[in-house]
Design a protein around this ligand. Structure first.
Ligand SMILES: [Zn+2]
Length: 324
């Protein structure tokens, strides 16, 4: 797995918080129970003395097996007695138990020497949240993409059946996500607005994150705004995104062509795309512009870097967002 360090740190913080909360709550329940039923304190004192007894027994060289057997019996008795006391005082039997979020690892994140499932899930959730597109990301999966929304007619531009074509686009993106590695090719998704480019690029992001890769997603304008703020010193150092953009396993730039074009944005765009090509890291770019329009809008050096380094995927059909 190659998530950013900050993702693991955040996930560990959440775990530690869960554990501390569970323990504090159990302690609070205990205090409440002891007030109504002070005998619990006696039973607990007895249970604690068992532990001290073991240490003494080892020191005295006593028959340890025999001793441990007796101790286990005494412990069970004490536990049963405590349950009984709770019950009589009107509390649930498990009232004093620590209620961890995860019973397997008791909120430590480790199951023996391995990461517990709950911790792995937490890491994925934090990584997804870091994308900053949590809610659309959740909705935009391969399962929620509907190929039958595309018309079963010929596309005049490409001379293909639109639905059939989009079926193969969908399958291509799904395979891409399922087999993603940092050696994967970049994708250049183009076609008119509302044809599912953002949906499929987020579906790829979802799957790729789940497989343990570090993904950065942003619209070209939001990326440029942040880079500009960073460049002019308006962004706190800890919010620096330049390294994330250049080094992440998969960068997704949405809506290319909608940015406010300046010398700064053009230079940054070239720098991002070129740096990632040199580092052999894949980038997915989506745009409402046609290939010709990319050529007109950007300098030849930018346009050829964008298109030449990627697999071009044409999106056709009618605006699916208006078909709900
Ligand atoms: Zn766990």
């Amino acid at each position: 797995m190659s998530y950013k360090k900050s993702v693991y740190i955040k996930a560990k913080e959440i775990l530690a918080h869960r554990k501390a909360t569970a323990e504090r709550e159990a302690e609070m329940r205990r205090s409440a129970a002891v007030v109504l039923c002070p005998e619990i304190l006696e039973v607990e004192k007895e249970m604690a003395s068992h532990g001290i007894g073991v240490v003494k027994a080892i020191g005295m060289g006593a028959n340890l097996d025999e001793y441990m057997k007796n101790l286990a019996v005494a412990n069970l008795k004490a536990q049963a007695r405590r349950k009984e006391l709770l019950k009589n005082a009107g509390f649930p039997e498990d009232y004093l138990d620590i209620k961890y979020t995860c019973d397997i690892c008791k909120d430590t994140g480790y199951n023996q020497e391995f990461y517990c499932q709950c911790y792995r899930k937490l890491i994925r959730d934090v990584a997804r949240e870091n994308l900053g597109v949590n809610s659309p990301l959740k909705k935009c999966t391969f399962d929620t993409f509907r190929v039958d929304r595309y018309p079963d007619i010929m596309d005049s531009g490409m001379q293909v059946n639109q639905r059939e074509h989009m079926k193969s686009v969908y399958q291509y993106c799904k395979d891409y996500a399922e087999n993603f590695t940092t050696d994967s090719t970049g994708l250049f998704m183009y076609g008119k607005t509302g044809l599912g480019k953002t949906h499929l690029s987020l579906a790829i992001a979802n799957e790729v994150i789940n497989r343990g890769y570090d993904v950065y997603y942003g619209s070209v304008q939001s990326i440029m705004d942040k880079l500009e703020a960073e460049h002019f010193g308006r962004l706190p150092r800890e919010d620096s995104i330049k390294d994330d953009i250049l080094d992440c396993d998969l960068l997704i730039i949405d809506d290319l062509g909608t940015e406010f074009s300046t010398q700064f944005t053009n230079a940054e765009l070239y720098n991002i795309i070129n740096s990632r090509i040199l580092a052999s890291l894949p980038t997915i770019i989506s745009t409402n512009l046609s290939i010709e329009e990319i050529g007109e809008r950007y300098t030849q050096r930018v346009a050829s870097r964008i298109i030449g380094s990627s697999m071009a995927i044409y999106f056709c059909g009618k605006d699916i967002r208006q078909m709900d």
